[in-house]
Write a protein that binds this ligand. Sequence first.
Ligand code: G3P
Length: 220
Amino acid sequence: MKIFLDTGSLQEIESFVALGIVDGVTTNPSLMAKEKGNPREITRRICQIVKGPVSAEVIATDVDGMIREGRELAAIDPHVVIKLPFGKAGVRACATLSAEKIPVNMTLIFSPTQALLAAKVGAAYVSPFIGRLDDIATEGMNLIEEIVDIFQNYAFTTEIIVASVRHPVHVVQAARLGADICTCPPAVVEAMFKHPLTDIGLERFLKDWEKAQADGQDRV
Ligand code: G3P
């Protein structure tokens, strides 16, 4: 499963990319609003750092506006993926941009029918928001399971980006279901590294080694 970072922070992206575990980045207007600087310039810098798919979302809500903005964003860098909000306007804009070979990530997906419609108009990615479904007492992962089944039945090439991820258990569940991508806030990726037994284990190895040294045993 590919791991994308769900952030607009260049600092965080740089530090995780250096670990070799980041396959792409997703942003949205809320994430970009947290960052200082011109969003298009930030998008360009992210593409240079990641060298993988980088989703940049349009602000327009009408078809022509989405297409125009999508083309402008796509011109920033070949790695840019145009994020469009799901709806009739988004579906129409997706068909046009996809026909121009501009990859689209259809976002704000909350049902399998929305994912199916996005796939039919050539979306390169769909982003079902699982955390926000969990928030309203609906099992978000069930949606991922349904979309995985549907895309497999018809051999759609649209990739599933599990989005609105809140904790590492979501990542494990997404991987077990065979989702293509999980886009994670940096804090979730940070948490994926941690296990107290790893820290305790390393501490014990080093203590035992030091004790052997102190006891005068011959060690390299
Ligand atoms: O990728 C979409 C994601 O950023 C939404 O996450 O936590 O705002 O529901 P959240």
